[in-house]
Design a protein around this ligand. Structure first.
Ligand code: FAD
Length: 320
């Protein structure tokens, strides 16, 4: 079985989600190679061997400089065909998702997405996916010989194995139509602390906060815990907090070790984005709020009273 992991990077720094997927693929026991594309790919490839890849394929041409999917589809499709790759595994991100869809079309290959686990059954890859409104997990497989697996962001932690990979330059033959779209500009949102995709702790605020001016209580707790701040769609739609922090069906999927939900009802569309968190703590004044059906620890109370006290306790613990 040959498995190829697409490792996304920013300026030569591999993303945690991609390294987590690579570590998971390596843990299955069969040989795994990785591919890194675009400006800074060589620098990123140097890191990747330490996470267990045996070979890291690299291409860095001007057409691959912008983080656009179509030229990458050209390179990956050629690589899959020339090396006879059976499994291609990617981490969900805007680029990873576009790439997976493009590859599925180009290679006429089956794609399973939203995967939360990977395993082998008789040497064949099997994914785990939630189904039926997230009430059950099901095993999913592929009927095509090339299997594309798109894994939920944050599903796996990167594990350093300390090895070093062979780095191999690969050709990048780009089709004319693949450079029809160009990147006009990029905007960078400035924020403090970890991003919600990478955070080990997330403190999330919902409409129960009562207004944007009250987000400070959530931010204070997040800061005390060394975590990131997230929000519900209700809050984002109201303009209280940026879209980049939205968790859920139309936002991001996160799986921190600890998720603290403050004034969040726990609607299914929110739940699908955070249900893979390690421990879920909910603070809500309505004891019948749906979030109490699936949290690990529930506090029925006014968040404006509870959250500042929690922050105080965390600070005290840290200083003692
Ligand atoms: P509410 O549902 O209004 O809940 C507020 C909660 O705060 C209530 O439970 C209330 O009891 C509690 N509360 C009020 N005051 C206090 C207080 N002082 N102390 C403690 N608790 C208090 N939602 C998402 O989050 N992410 C998505 O990606 C998403 N995608 C969607 C996609 C579609 C197609 C649709 C139809 C909906 C989507 N939604 C999404 C919206 C979702 O259905 C809910 O409307 C939303 O999650 C509710 O946000 P909320 O919990 O902040 O607000």
């Amino acid at each position: 079985m040959s498995t190829l992991v697409f490792v996304e990077h920013h300026d030569g720094e591999p993303l945690k989600g991609s390294l987590g997927v690579l570590s998971k693929a390596v843990s299955l026991g069969a040989p795994v190679s990785a591919v890194v594309l675009g400006a800074g790919a060589r620098a990123a490839a140097e890191h990747v061997g330490a996470y267990g890849a045996q070979t890291v394929y690299v291409a860095d041409t001007p057409e691959l400089a912008a983080p656009l999917p179509q030229p990458r589809v050209d390179v990956l499709a050629d690589l899959v065909r020339s090396k006879g790759v059976e499994n291609v595994v990617l981490s969900s991100s805007v680029l990873g998702t576009d790439l997976a869809a493009g590859l599925a079309a180009r290679l006429d290959a089956g794609l399973n997405w939203g995967l939360v686990d990977l395993s082998l059954d008789g040497g064949r890859l099997v994914g785990k996916q939630s189904a039926l409104g997230d009430s059950v997990y099901v095993d999913v497989a592929w009927t095509t010989t090339t299997r594309l697996a798109l894994v939920r962001s944050g599903a796996f932690e990167p594990v350093r194995t300390g090895g070093s990979a062979t780095i191999e330059e690969i050709p990048a033959t780009i089709q004319d139509w693949s450079v029809a779209a160009t990147l006009v500009s990029t905007e960078t949102a400035s924020s403090e602390g970890p991003s919600i995709e990478d955070a080990v702790v997330i403190v999330a605020g919902g409409r129960g906060l009562g207004g944007p001016e009250h987000f400070g209580v959530v931010e204070e707790l997040a800061k005390a815990l060394g975590g990131a701040v997230a929000a519900t769609r209700a809050v984002v739609d109201a303009g209280w907090y940026p879209y980049s922090t939205q968790v859920g069906q139309t936002g991001k999927n996160v799986s921190p070790k600890l998720y603290v939900a403050c004034g969040i009802s726990g609607a299914i569309q929110h739940k699908v984005g955070m249900q893979n968190s390690g421990t879920i703590v909910a603070i809500n004044k309505d004891k019948n709020a749906p979030i109490f059906d699936y949290c690990d620890l529930g506090i029925v109370g006014d968040l404006h009273a509870v959250v500042p006290k929690l922050t105080e306790l965390v600070k005290q613990r840290k200083s003692s």
